[in-house]
Design a binder for this molecule. Structure first.
Ligand code: ADP
Ligand code: MG
Length: 731
């Protein structure tokens, strides 16, 4: 057999290197922690007191770092890095391509007299100019215009990868527009810090900073790299465009939390060691629902660092997987009919006094504080649900949302029946001043009951896109391949805006003579009334919910073009402008980039599908059909007309079926290529994406179905494409 499939399969079971890549985890994993990070502890050791204090102030208070301090930090970083064999440095940033980018420069600097030194200055630390003209910029940066530059983000620690010192950075144009994920995220984090700190003055004047926290959970698939290489669709699009579901799928649920195969375990162990060294606090690893699907989750961290750590992790995962002869798939839906992958984003707010604002406390005052942040979060999601939806929109996530394994595209909030009844009680709070009896009643029997409710936090709903899980909200609709920064930028921006509005409303009521608590109860009551339609406790996967949501007036933006269209709503443009996150031009540019990316993805899928169908599937089907024809001819020769008819019945019917399916594919591909040409020629990005979504993509199904039918008919020996069974069950 000469096909890639058989070559790949041949390499599988007998090769020892696939089995014997064993990894030993050191007894004390903690000793490796942050070994390759310019961590607080390392800084304390390498920096002067002044420089250390200045960095800490930058991290904690957002103060600027002066040039002479930057020089000191640069030298210290270089000394530390060189002690670990580092020769190069790079600004490490996250352009809108969705991957991380680096431009390595050497410390090596020639000086006069044929000599050379290792040099790293404050200027080099602070700013770098990557030749970045080919990064997506949505028209912001004309190529002839001044280039963009990267700038050091001192709030995320520098780290070492291989022999390179990596400096987390933002990427912006010379005219100040953001060209990456990090810069707007930092703005949003700053906005929510200010807003939440200001609201906290009602409850605790000692709070001077509020830090949003993020704990992501990363799902992924592992496929043997030889098998991966044998599937052109996987290689070119990250997903399989064809393939019949295996007889044994995930029906038995025997993979979930089952024992982890040895080869995967070795991969995971090595990954954990790498995570430790880089300061990524990976704590949980387990199998996921689908065969060969897994999850990794860390301890939560401050959002900016958590986002960097997720991007970094995805990078390392691919490298470590490679060493273990695996290819890692971050695509949200690599295999049809098999569970997809997500990246849950657990979000909360923490104070510099050590409190989690989404965790109720020990007394009624703390619980009112909890309710304030809890209800305001729900209100923020209620007001800006479509923006949150847009932030998780991508061609690949479209396959997953609403596919009976992930939340639907309808944004709703789950809080559990008991908390829901607390909110219903609060809805009854009297307008204006409260009587002493009502206050006592509220304290004891409504607000006071919250901690008990949360102790019994068994009420979990895994079908909700936005669920309260005891002391944090979990955004469950984020795709596994996404950069968390996008949804985190939206989440923190809308929380900031909402808290600002809340503060204004409460202050206005206090002006009219209400006590602070009374004012807070009054505002919360109104919010609860307004938000009730977004709270849903039932099964988010059911069709009934889609109908019910429609009645409630909630949007069901099923596709990326629909979701991205909403993003340009004036309400959202104004929000971004008001909160200082993006100007109109930036939103437009980003929207444009996402639309273009969507169209490109579908376009590539269309081409790859057409190629495979024409060049691999049809020829193999015809090849097999010819064998059948030979067989029928032979039967006729031996048995004569009469007897052969009954003997060759099945073969004849197969021959016909093959022809039918082949012609479906052939016509389907012609139609697909025409639709693709038409979509490609549309110049308006929104309309183009809609054409790819509504006119091109639906044509995939017929071709796939016919091909999958053929897969069931054609002799296994002749089938060119590596099968689902082989990709999913090879351990
Ligand atoms: P599940 O799989 O049931 O959703 P896990 O325990 O696997 O739950 O994941 C919980 C995630 O929530 C972890 O990544 C954890 O770090 C994160 N998390 C816990 N507390 C917070 C918090 N206060 N802020 C943000 N994330 C949190
Ligand atoms: Mg989760």
């Amino acid at each position: 057999m000469s096909t890639l499939r058989f070559k790949a399969l041949e390499t599988l079971p007998f090769k020892d290197f696939r089995k014997d890549n064993s990894v030993e985890i050191p007894a004390k994993l903690s000793e490796l922690f942050c070994k390759n990070v310019f961590s607080e502890e390392t800084m304390r050791e390498y920096l002067t007191k002044e420089a250390f204090g200045s960095i800490m102030d930058a991290i904690k208070k957002g103060t600027k770092i002066q040039r002479h301090i930057a020089d000191q930090v640069a030298v210290a970083m270089k000394d530390w890095a060189m002690s670990k064999g580092v020769t190069h440095y790079t600004h490490w940033f996250q352009p809108l391509t969705g991957t991380t980018a680096e431009k390595h420069d050497s410390f090596f600097t020639p000086i006069e007299g044929g000599r050379a030194i290792e040099r790293f200055s404050g200027n080099m630390l602070i700013q770098q100019e990557p030749d970045a003209s080919s990064f997506p910029n949505g028209g912001i940066r004309n190529t002839f215009e001044a280039r963009g530059y990267t700038a050091w983000d001192p709030t995320s620690p520098a780290f070492i990868m291989g022999t390179t010192l990596c400096i987390p950075s933002i990427f912006i144009s010379y005219t100040g527009e953001t060209l990456d994920y990090k810069a707007p995220l930092l703005r949003a984090l700053n906005a929510v810090d200010e807003a939440a700190t200001s609201v906290m003055q009602y409850f605790d004047k000692n709070v001077t900073k509020v830090t949003p926290t993020l704990g992501w959970e990363q799902e992924y698939f592992l496929v043997d790299s030889a098998l991966y290489q044998s599937r052109p669709d996987l290689v070119l699009t990250g997903k399989t465009l064809l393939g019949h579901s295996p007889a044994k799928g995930q029906q038995l649920d025997d993979h979930y939390f089952g024992s982890i195969p040895t080869r995967v375990m070795n991969f995971m162990k090595e990954l954990e060691i790498e995570c430790m060294k880089l300061g990524i606090p990976a704590t949980t690893r387990h199998n996921e629902v689908a065969p060969n699907q897994f999850e990794l989750a860390p301890m939560f961290e401050e959002v900016n660092v958590a986002v960097d750590h997720n991007s970094l992790l995805m990078d390392i995962m691919a490298r470590v997987a490679h060493k273990h002869h695996f290819h890692i798939l971050f695509h949200e839906k690599p295999f049809a009919g098999v569970n997809g992958s997500g990246k849950h984003n657990n979000w909360s707010l923490a104070t510099d006094t050590g409190e989690n604002l989404l965790s109720p406390g020990k007394n009624p005052k703390k619980n009112l504080q909890f309710l304030t942040f809890f209800v305001n979060t729900i209100k923020a999601v209620h007001e800006y649900a479509d923006l949150l939806r847009a932030s998780i929109a991508s061609a690949s996530n479209d396959h997953r949302l609403g596919a009976n394994e992930a939340p639907p595209a309808i944004i709703s909030v789950f809080i559990g029946t008991q908390l829901f009844s607390v909110l219903e009680e609060l809805e009854k709070v009297t307008n204006g001043k409260l009587s002493p009896e009502e206050k006592t009643e509220l304290k004891l029997n409504v607000v006071g009951k919250i901690p008990e409710i949360l102790l019994d936090n068994t009420d979990r709903n895994r079908t909700s896109p936005f669920a309260f899980t005891g002391n944090k909200f979990e955004i469950r609709a984020v795709g596994s391949s996404a950069n968390c920064a996008e949804s985190m930028t939206v989440m923190n921006t809308i929380a900031a805006k909402q808290l600002n509005d809340f503060k204004k409303e409460v202050d206005a009521l206090v002006e009219t003579g209400l006590k602070k608590d009374e004012a807070i109860f009054n505002v919360l009551r109104e919010y609860i009334k307004q938000c009730k339609n977004i709270m849903f406790e039932g099964d988010g996967y059911s069709d009934d919910w889609a109908k019910e949501a429609k009645k409630r007036g909630l949007n069901n933006l099923k596709t990326t073009p629909e979701a991205l269209k909403q993003e340009m709503d004036k309400k959202f443009l104004d929000l971004y402008e008001e909160m200082g996150i993006f100007n109109h031009r930036e939103v437009e540019a980003r929207n444009e980039i996402k639309l273009e990316k969507y169209s490109t993805v579908i376009d590539i899928e269309a081409r790859v599908l057409s190629d495979i169908a024409r060049n691999h599937i049809i020829p193999s089907a015809l090849n097999y059909q010819n064998r059948l024809i030979e067989n029928v001819k032979g039967l006729k020769e031996i048995f004569g007309d009469k007897e052969f008819k009954s003997l060759a019945k099945e073969q004849m019917s197969l021959i016909t079926s093959i022809s039918e399916n082949v012609s479906i594919i052939k016509l389907g591909v012609e139609e697909l290529l025409k639709a693709r040409e038409a979509a490609k020629s549309i110049s308006d990005s929104q309309k183009q994406a809609e054409a790819y979504c509504n006119k091109v993509k639906p044509l995939f199904d017929g071709i796939r179905e016919a091909s999958d039918n053929l897969e069931m008919m054609v002799d296994d020996e002749l089938w060119p494409m590596t099968k689902y069974r082989e990709m999913l069950f090879t351990k």
